[in-house]
Design a protein around this ligand. Structure first.
Ligand code: ADP
Ligand code: ASP
Ligand code: MG
Length: 405
C-alpha cells in the first residue's frame, strides 16, 4: 500500500470532462489500496484570466490582493475534483493550502514554503479518504494567504511528497514527459526516459515550463524522485533524479527558449564603486530576480559613465522600472531603455562538463541562421544567449537539429 502524491496541472483539469478523467485515474489507484494525495492547479487559463481582470483595473495591483484573488482559481478545482470522486463513490476531502498545513513566508506572489505540518492530511488519509490539496498557495504564520509563484502547484506537490515521505510523486501534464525541447514547438523533440535534477533545474529556470524551477530545486534538496507523465494516456513518463555516471555521455540534453524575459538598460550610469550594489540591492529588496547582467566599458570624459543592462521576468518589468526611477535622483543616470522583444535561448547538459568546443559550435549555428547575439551567460552545464524574440523559434530548431537530433 503506497502513499502517492499526484499533481494535475491546468491542462489536465481544463474542463469538467478532464476533471472526471482525473477522478477516474485517482479512483483506480485508491481501489488498489494506495493512499492518494492529489494536488491540483487552477483550470487552464483561469489564473491568467484573473490576472487580466486585476490589470484592467490597475497596472501594478497590490500583491497581497493578487494572492487573495489568484488563490481562488485552485479552490474551484479542489472542490470540483472532490465532487467528481464522490460521484464515483470514492471518499474525498478537499483542503486549501492553509488547511493542508503549508506555511510560507510573507513575500506575496512569490512566497517560499517555511514548513508543512500535514496533520489534517494524515488524519484524512488514515480515515481512508483521498485528500485533494489546492496547489500554488499557502498561508503565513499570521494567517495571510500567499501564492508560490507561477507554476507553483509543482512545488506544492513536491514539498508535500517530501513532508509526507511519499513513496511516489507523479506530475501529470499534457505531454508524455520531459522532451529534448518543447514538443509543441520542435516536432523532432524526443522524450527523455530520465534526466538529472541539475539539468531539469537549468531547463526549468531557462523557460522549459513543464516544471517550475523552484519545485526542482526543492526536489533536489530533499531528494524527491519524481515522474513527469501524461494525464491523457498511460505511457511511462520521465524520471527526474540524482545524476548518474552514464548521463555524462550526452553533451546536450535539451534546448530551451524563454520568451518571458525582458531587458532593462540604464544609460550612462556613473562608473563608481557601490553604484551596482545600490541598484541590485534595491531590485533584490523588491523581490525581483535578475538573471543576466552586462556592463559596457566606460565612456565619456569627466566622471566615467557606463551602460548597464540586465534581464528580468517580463511580469516584473514594470516594477523594476519603477525601482530604477526611484533611484534616479541619488544615482544619476541618463535614461532607462526597456526591451520586451527578447528571447533567451539555451542549451543544457551535464556532459558539457567533460566536452569542449560546445560554445563555438553553438555560436556557429546561430551565425549561419543570421541570429545576432545580444548577451551571453554560461555555467558548467549550460550556455544561454539573448537574441531577438522573432528569431527565437527558428534558432531553437536549428540548435536542436545541430546538437540533439
Ligand atoms: P501544466 O498545466 O500541467 O502545469 P504546463 O503548461 O505548465 O502544464 O507544462 C506543460 C507544457 O510544457 C507542455 O504542454 C509543453 O508545451 C511545455 N514544454 C516546454 N518545454 C518542454 C519540454 N522540454 N518537455 C516537455 N514539455 C515542455
Ligand atoms: N495556477 C497557477 C499558475 O497558473 C499555478 C500552477 O498552475 O501551477 O501559475
Ligand atoms: Mg505547470
Amino acid at each position: 500500500m503506497a502513499l502517492i502524491v499526484q499533481k494535475y496541472g491546468g491542462s489536465s483539469v481544463a474542463d469538467t470532462d478532464r476533471i472526471k478523467n482525473v477522478a477516474k485515474r485517482v479512483a483506480q489507484y485508491h481501489q488498489r489500496g494506495d493512499r492518494i494525495v492529489v494536488v491540483v492547479s487552477a483550470m487552464r487559463g483561469v489564473t491568467d484570466g484573473l490576472i487580466a481582470l486585476a490589470k484592467n483595473i490597475a497596472p501594478l495591483p497590490s500583491e497581497r490582493e493578487m494572492d487573495m484573488l489568484l488563490a481562488t482559481g485552485e479552490q474551484q478545482t479542489i472542490a470540483l475534483t472532490a465532487i467528481a470522486l464522490h460521484a464515483l463513490g470514492v471518499p474525498a476531502v478537499s483542503l486549501t493550502g492553509a488547511q493542508a498545513g503549508i506555511v510560507t513566508d510573507g513575500v506575496h506572489t512569490k512566497a517560499k514554503i517555511h514548513n508543512i505540518t500535514p496533520k489534517a492530511v494524515h488524519e484524512l488519509l488514515h480515515a481512508g479518504s483521498v485528500v485533494i490539496v489546492a496547489g500554488f498557495q499557502g498561508e503565513t504564520r499570521e494567517g495571510q494567504i500567499t501564492t508560490l509563484g507561477r507554476g507553483g502547484s509543482d512545488l506544492t506537490a513536491i514539498a508535500l511528497a517530501a513532508a509526507l515521505k511519499a513513496d511516489l510523486c507523479q506530475i501529470y501534464t499534457d505531454v508524455d514527459g520531459v522532451y529534448t525541447a518543447d514538443p509543441h514547438l520542435v516536432p523532432d523533440a524526443k522524450k527523455l526516459n530520465e534526466i538529472s535534477y541539475d539539468e531539469m533545474l537549468e531547463l526549468a529556470s531557462l523557460g522549459t515550463k513543464v516544471m517550475q524551477s523552484r519545485s526542482v530545486e526543492f526536489a533536489k534538496k530533499f531528494r524527491v524522485v519524481f515522474e513527469v507523465r501524461s494525464s491523457l494516456n498511460d505511457n511511462p513518463g520521465t524520471i527526474v533524479k540524482e545524476e548518474t555516471k552514464s548521463m555524462e555521455g550526452v553533451v546536450v540534453r535539451g534546448v530551451s527558449l524563454d520568451k518571458n524575459q525582458a531587458k532593462l538598460t540604464l544609460v550612462a550610469v556613473p562608473d563608481q564603486p557601490g553604484v551596482a550594489a545600490r541598484i541590485f540591492k534595491a531590485i533584490g529588496d523588491a523581490a525581483i530576480n535578475v538573471d543576466m547582467i552586462v556592463q559596457n566599458i566606460s565612456h565619456g570624459s569627466g566622471t566615467p559613465a557606463t551602460d548597464l543592462s540586465f534581464t528580468v521576468d517580463k511580469p516584473d518589468l514594470l516594477k523594476a522600472k519603477q525601482v530604477l526611477e526611484n533611484l534616479k535622483p541619488t544615482i544619476g543616470y541618463q535614461a532607462i531603455i526597456t526591451n520586451e522583444n527578447i528571447g533567451k535561448l539555451s542549451i543544457v547538459g551535464v556532459g558539457m562538463k567533460s566536452h569542449s568546443g560546445v560554445a563555438g559550435k553553438m555560436f556557429e549555428v546561430l551565425a549561419r541562421e543570421g541570429v545576432n547575439i545580444d548577451m551571453i551567460s554560461t555555467s558548467e552545464i549550460k550556455i544561454s544567449v539573448v537574441i531577438d524574440l522573432a528569431k527565437g523559434e527558428s534558432a531553437m530548431k536549428a540548435l536542436h537539429a545541430a546538437f540533439v537530433s
